[in-house]
Design a protein around this ligand. Structure first.
Ligand code: ADP
Ligand code: MG
Length: 242
């Protein structure tokens, strides 16, 4: 069984004459524990596709399934996913521990279970010694790790990343990329990672979906995409600088 299935997924914005179709029938099956990168130029529909998986955007046609559940009509909170955005906002007045615990507290999880989950996430992210600090007392990299910790403690079936590295400087971007790879090795959570950066896509992906103008141009391993581009678009996009 696929971990995520996209079946003829369509998205239209607006109504009647103003209608704009931005996703044109995407089909893809993602296996359990796979790390998939969705890559393509700005405006090609990456965020829209991810937001439909998350339930933040309604689907206009087709079907999205997570595990064996069709999720088209489920609220984001019912989908067993966690999303990491480009602009992560930590709660400035809360400690690192409380920032990570907050989403569990509002779900009324018992405090002992919350403690266990936060401690485990903090160990993986090397935040154990920082749990009492406030966000302003952290470096940029540490803040980024707290933002990921908030997603991990939920123990979701699926991680969704929307360009989480694009606001970081080059050094922090490289560090965080390694962090994300380590997380995936240790937790093995099925992930969809969106980026417009070809190099980032090629280094992170187990398989990648190359998108152009709302269509899937190719779905394959970085080697396949690089060595056997399915279209002239793929060949020129993968070969050009970000
Ligand atoms: P990407 O993430 O690849 O940069 P998006 O998914 O954000 O692309 O956008 C895809 C297309 O959909 C773009 O043409 C964008 O202008 C359009 N779009 C995105 N959100 C909306 C919206 N809420 N209403 C109308 N058009 C939108
Ligand atoms: Mg986007």
């Amino acid at each position: 069984m696929a971990a995520i299935s996209l079946r003829n997924v369509v998205k239209r914005y607006g109504k009647a004459k103003q209608e704009l179709q931005v996703i044109h029938g995407i089909d893809a099956e993602v296996s359990d524990r796979e790390f998939i990168v969705i890559v393509g130029p700005s405006g090609c529909g990456k965020s829209t596709l991810l937001r439909m998986v998350a339930g933040l955007e309604e689907i206009s046609g087709g079907e999205i399934a997570i595990g064996d559940r069709v999720v088209n009509d489920l609220e984001p909170a019912e989908r067993d996913i966690a999303m990491v955005f480009q602009n992560y906002a930590l709660y400035p007045h809360m400690s690192v521990f409380d920032n990570m615990a907050y989403g569990l507290k509002i779900r009324k999880m018992p405090p002992a279970e919350i403690r266990t989950r936060v401690d485990k996430a903090a160990a993986i992210l090397e935040l154990g010694h920082l749990l009492d600090r406030k966000p302003r007392q952290l470096s940029g990299g540490q803040r980024q790790r707290v933002a990921m910790g908030r997603a991990i403690v939920r123990q979701p079936q699926v991680f969704l990343f929307d360009e989480p590295l694009s606001n970081l400087d080059a050094k922090l971007r490289a560090q965080t990329r390694l962090e994300i790879q380590k997380l995936h090795r240790e937790l093995g959570i099925t992930s969809l990672f969106v980026t417009h950066d070809q190099v980032e896509a090629m280094t992170l992906a187990q398989r990648m979906i190359v998108m152009n103008a709302g269509r899937m141009e190719q779905f394959g391993t970085p080697e396949q995409v690089y060595q056997q581009p399915a279209s002239t678009f793929v060949a020129s996009f993968i070969g050009s600088p970000p």
